[in-house]
Design a binder for this molecule. Structure first.
Ligand code: NI
Length: 168
């Protein structure tokens, strides 16, 4: 296993559409293992193949319910809505609120090419949407409500407000 370099927003690869995986071979297994190592090292909950420069329809995630590998993922059965704070390893330090379905069904293949389905909700549903967007060249900046922000700027703005109040 080896850690791979995560591409940062601005890199053209992140804006390209990924192609379907057709060979379920040792190279694919190695890529998936590397993606998990890279994600865990960066304290991420999800990582899509284009983020490590591979334009194939693959993502990995672990939102606390165990590792999931989704190859050629399809999302269906959307239910409800949630608006949560998101971040992305390709947009380090930036956060924003995104509206996503509360629940959905993930249908995908595993590293052996076996098809599985999984019902996801909450953070799992958010992550599956966010990572599937990456496979279509979409970044969360594109779908966020309003501008992305840096938490330290928010804290500074609050401090400035407090200081202004203390000056009265
Ligand atoms: Ni991301």
């Amino acid at each position: 296993m080896a850690r791979r370099t995560i591409l940062i927003e601005g890199d053209e690869t992140l804006r390209k559409k990924s192609r379907k995986v057709t060979s379920f071979d040792a190279r694919l297994a190695e890529l998936v293992a590397d993606m998990f190592e890279t994600m865990e090292h960066s304290n991420g909950v999800g990582l899509a193949a284009p983020q490590v420069g591979i334009l194939r329809r693959i993502f990995v995630m672990d939102v606390g319910d165990g590792p999931v590998v989704a190859i050629n993922p399809e999302l269906t059965a959307f239910e409800g809505e949630q608006e949560e704070l998101e971040g992305c390893l390709s947009l380090p330090g930036l956060y924003g609120f995104v509206k996503r379905p509360e629940k959905l069904r993930l249908t995908a293949q595993d590293v052996n090419g076996e098809t599985f389905t999984m019902d996801l909700e909450g953070l799992g549903a958010v992550c599956a949407c966010h990572e599937t967007d990456h496979l279509n060249g979409v970044l969360f900046r594109d779908v966020a409500e309003g501008e992305l922000f840096r938490p330290e700027d928010m804290e500074k703005a609050e401090e400035d407000d407090l200081n202004a109040e203390n000056d009265d």
